[in-house]
Write a protein that binds this ligand. Structure first.
Ligand SMILES: [Zn+2]
Length: 225
């Protein structure tokens, strides 16, 4: 590898280095190059403050979609804009791709790596679905249901068809003590398949089943857990 190739390869590593990432070996190689290369030292000096802002991103908040650290886009854009401004004296020809523009690319690469890291982060397993049997009292209706235990109550996932189009159906979760807790309502869609999630504040351990009641108050579907 020529000196120039080594320099270019190292420049691509600077964003990672500025973020404090990379293996000990990789970091040692970058450090060794920095000792002999003023251009890369200057580049690193410019990357460091922006990298510090990237590093401020709280990993505990990574369940939220990744947002670029405040000011990062502005900082990068401002640097690109500054590059495009002709020199006041207007005498020296500008290099086709300057140090600053390359720096913006390095940062964009680091930001992309950050986003990819978010995308491939370990995801928690989906909540357990418990399939429950349903009985229908209207032959037009066919339905299946699953329940999901949550810390805040139980969720009923109801799928089916044959609920009269435009009619409001109310759902209630039945408790051990005989009470029925409202769990929401849905609009019938006729022969079209509907999927709805109904939430109730009854804990799964206290829930004994649920019922779907039509507009006239008749139970059209019931389930015992
Ligand atoms: Zn260099």
């Amino acid at each position: 590898m020529t000196e120039e190739q080594a320099h270019r390869a190292l420049r691509e590593q600077l964003g990672v280095y500025a973020l404090g990432a990379g293996t000990a070996d990789e970091r040692a190689v970058v450090r060794a190059h920095l000792e002999g290369c003023a251009a890369c030292r200057a580049e690193l000096a410019e990357l460091t403050p922006v990298a510090a802002r990237l590093a401020d991103v709280d990993p505990d908040r990574l369940d939220e979609p990744p947002a670029p650290p405040p000011g990062l886009a502005d900082a990068v854009l401002a640097r690109i804009a500054a590059e495009g401004t002709p020199s006041r004296r207007g005498t020296a020809p500008r290099p086709p791709r300057s140090r600053l523009a390359a720096g913006a690319v390095v940062l964009a690469t680091a930001a992309a790596a950050f986003a990819v890291g978010w995308l491939v982060r370990p995801t928690p397993p989906p909540p357990p679905l418990e399939s429950v049997a349903v009985q229908v009292s209207d032959p037009d209706i066919s339905a299946t249901a699953d329940v999901v235990p949550h810390t805040w109550g139980v969720e009923v996932k109801l799928s089916g068809s044959g609920f009269t189009a435009g009619e409001v159906y109310r759902v209630a979760v039945l408790e051990e003590d005989g009470d029925a807790a409202p769990a929401g309502a849905f609009l019938g869609t006729g022969p079209a398949e509907l999927d709805c999630n109904l939430n109730s504040p009854v804990l799964r351990t206290d829930a004994e089943g649920f019922v779907v009641v039509d507009a006239s108050g008749a139970v059209v579907l019931s389930s015992e857990f």
